[in-house]
Design a binder for this molecule. Structure first.
Ligand code: UDP
Length: 316
């Protein structure tokens, strides 16, 4: 199978490429413009003859014949996408349209990496796929939220008008190896601070919630979606539905790292969702998806990863 993974050097993309290459029949082409992806994430894959990297920005059309497309390309961390509002918006819209054209040309199956940000600051809890969301069109998150919403719309248009085999997954907060230490998201920030015994910064009063999924579970769900029948187009939520406050998370990270870090409080960023938890009923019913890795287990594996980075940088 000839497979294209856009954003293949990013956090999710690189974990996905690695998993896909475990199947000896797969050839994986990774596209990345390295706006947030990192060469380090794919270094070990570069030795594999079935893996190919093309440095490319998806806002430009690229013609390559493939059978499956995973569109993971987009800066996903608020810190990164809020530094590049227009680029983020264009990646979502122009980039997704270019890839849908490619899927149309080669009759490739197409998965759009959508997001829980579709629901904005949700007024429904947990979030079911039929909830339309509560999104600010003009806020600091809008380039990502509205870009991703429009990208979903593009998928449904190409599916209806051109019979492109599109699938949309809405990914909730995910963490694990290959997420940049300087990514700014909560797990990478808390763990990298904790292992250095630096203050952990909790934004707001820390009562806001998230439901965090370990990356291996998410990749399992993504593959289940790709391998599902063409009539399953989504959107389908993927993630973990164990919900906790950011205060609880900070405490957990301190305990599991054995750190002497203190928790300090900083202002809550604009439009930061107050609570978030996926309904996973549809994912279970249609894909048989049930996350298996507990938050504690996931955090322990992630601590090992960030510790290994510390060792590598010391030795180099
Ligand atoms: N957060 C925090 N400290 C940090 C980074 C994030 O308290 O150093 C909070 C943030 O305000 C949000 C939650 O953790 O309420 C998750 O943030 P993240 O950026 O990981 O993802 P998102 O807000 O997109 O869900």
């Amino acid at each position: 199978m000839k497979i294209l993974v856009t954003g293949g050097a990013g956090f999710l993309g690189s974990n996905l490429c690695k998993k896909l290459l475990e199947n000896q029949e797969n050839n994986v082409i990774c596209l990345d413009n390295f706006s947030s992806g990192k060469k380090e994430n794919i270094l070990e894959l570069m030795h594999n003859s079935r893996f190919k990297l093309i440095e490319h920005d998806i806002t430009e059309y690229l013609d390559i014949e493939v059978e499956q497309i995973y569109n993971a390309a987009c800066e996903a961390s608020p810190k990164f996408y809020q530094s590049h509002h227009l680029r983020t918006f264009e990646t979502c819209i122009l980039g997704t349209k270019n890839l849908l054209e490619l899927a149309k040309k080669y009759n490739a199956k197409f998965i759009q990496f959508s997001t829980s940000e579709i629901y904005g600051n949700p007024l429904q809890h947990p979030q079911h796929e039929n909830y339309f969301g509560n999104v600010n069109t003009m806020g600091v998150r809008s380039c990502y939220d509205e870009g991703k919403r429009a990208a979903e719309t593009l998928c449904f248009i190409y599916n209806k008008e051109y019979n492109v085999r599109t699938k949309v997954i809405r990914i909730f907060n995910t963490f694990g190896p290959n997420m940049r230490e300087d990514d700014g998201r909560v797990i990478s920030s808390f763990i990298s601070k904790a292992i250095r015994n630096e203050d952990i910064e909790v934004y707001g009063d820390g009562t806001q919630t998230r439901s965090l999924c370990y990356v291996d579970d998410l990749i399992d769900g993504i593959l289940k979606m790709m391998n599902s029948s063409d009539d399953i187009i989504g959107p389908i939520n993927l993630g973990n539905n164990y919900e906790l406050t950011m205060n609880e998370l900070a405490q957990k990270v301190i305990e599991l790292t054995g750190s002497t870090s203190k928790i300090i409080y900083k202002p809550l960023p604009q439009d930061d969702p107050i609570k978030r938890k996926p309904s996973l009923e549809l994912a279970k019913e249609l894909l048989g998806y049930v996350p298996k890795i507990s938050i504690d287990e996931g955090i322990k594996k992630t601590i090992q990863y960030y510790n290994s980075l510390k060792t590598t940088s010391k030795n180099s």
